[in-house]
Design a protein around this ligand. Structure first.
Ligand SMILES: NC(=O)c1ccc[n+]([C@@H]2O[C@H](COP(=O)([O-])OP(=O)(O)OC[C@H]3O[C@@H](n4cnc5c(N)ncnc54)[C@H](O)[C@@H]3O)[C@@H](O)[C@H]2O)c1
Length: 315
């Protein structure tokens, strides 16, 4: 099977390409933007290139002509669209990057996917489209309440996908990820930010006094579900991917310090930050209905693997 993965040097795209290129021909695309350290993206790409089934093209997805050449020559049957501009707080500083790299890019890749008759389109959306909720766990039918530019462009991308493939033979699944973590994780997200702060003896801020809850989901569980989707008959569905077991940040901090065996860390509790969600706690009932009873990795086990990898590779 020929598979196109966008954002293949990113955290999720890398793990997905790594898994899928064991049995499929995978073409990865990334522009190695500088939202966070390019050296991490280069390291992930270096590891991916060891696999002979993996080909890489460094292009910017907004370049429709270059992308079209890839569709023409490689002829993918499946597209996993994982490229995008992530980050909640940065979206207030640079909303344009979200408009371009989420909304416009999704429009371009959907139109080419339709033109070149792919079979399946899978999209990396986000739990942030739900915003703050009163009832938990959050199900796919919960009212949407995006509260920052990032979430708004993710929701717009979902709508573009639904409209683009309406009345077409392309099947699609929109996955809403809940805080994915793991080895080679993103340095702008809490866990890796905290690991870097322990190593470099720097202060880390605990927003909202460390009282936010996050439904952390281990990367291997996420990419296994994405892999299973290759052969599953699911079409026009929206599915949460989450462990459905949130943890409060202050407890997460204690757990990380215990596993890291850190003697001390510099924590600073700060007040609520605009645009951040207070609590994410998803329901994975619908996901389990389609994929059977998936067993999610226990947080402590996932953190142990993440921290072991961090100490080994410094990432
Ligand atoms: N990591 C999470 O917890 C999480 C949660 C919810 C949703 N998501 C979504 O999943 C997707 C992957 O997330 P991630 O954590 O791997 O982020 P990431 O930033 O590590 O990966 C995204 C990759 O896309 C590339 N990219 C961005 N714009 C591009 C463009 N115009 N052309 C080519 N490449 C481009 C970047 O260089 C980067 O390597 C993102 O869309 C993100 O919004 C992630």
């Amino acid at each position: 099977m020929k598979i196109l993965i966008t954002g293949s040097s990113g955290f999720i795209g890398y793990h997905l390409a790594n898994l899928l290129s064991k049995k499929n021909k995978v073409l990865g695309i990334d522009n190695h933007n500088n939202y966070y350290s390019k050296s991490i993206k280069k390291k992930r790409l270096f590891l991916l290139k060891r696999n002979k089934n993996f080909i890489f093209k460094k292009i910017d997805l907004k370049n429709k002509n270059k992308l079209e050449i890839i569709f023409k020559n490689f002829k993918p049957k499946v597209v996993y669209h994982c490229a995008g501009q992530p980050g909640v707080l940065y979206s207030f500083k640079n909303p344009k990057s979200y408009e371009i790299n989420n909304t416009i890019v999704t429009k371009i890749i959907c139109s080419l996917s339709k033109k070149y008759n792919i079979n399946k389109f899978l999209f990396a959306s986000s739990s942030s489209v739900y915003g703050d909720q009163k009832r938990f766990p959050i199900s796919e039918t919960s009212k949407l309440n995006p509260k920052n530019p990032y979430a708004k462009t993710k929701l717009r991308s979902e709508k573009i996908i639904k409209n683009s493939f309406y009345n077409s033979d392309v099947t699609f699944v929109i996955f809403r990820f809940f805080t994915v973590y793991g080895p080679f994780g993103r340095p702008d997200m809490f866990i890796h930010k905290f690991l870097n702060s322990i190593k470099n003896k720097k202060i880390i801020k605990l927003y909202n006094n460390g009282l936010n809850y996050r439904d952390f989901t281990y990367i291997d569980d996420v990419v296994k579900i994405l892999q299973k989707s290759l052969h599953k008959k699911i079409d026009r569905k929206i599915l949460n991917i989450c462990r459905s077991k949130p943890i409060i940040t202050i407890d997460l901090v204690k757990l990380i310090l215990k596993i890291y065996k850190a003697k001390n860390s510099k924590l600073k509790k700060t007040k609520f930050v605009k645009g951040e969600m207070l609590k994410t706690h998803g329901s994975n009932k619908k996901l389990k209905k389609f994929f059977g009873n998936i067993v999610f990795t226990d947080l402590e086990k996932g953190l142990k693997k993440t921290i072991k990898n961090y100490k080994l590779f410094n990432i």
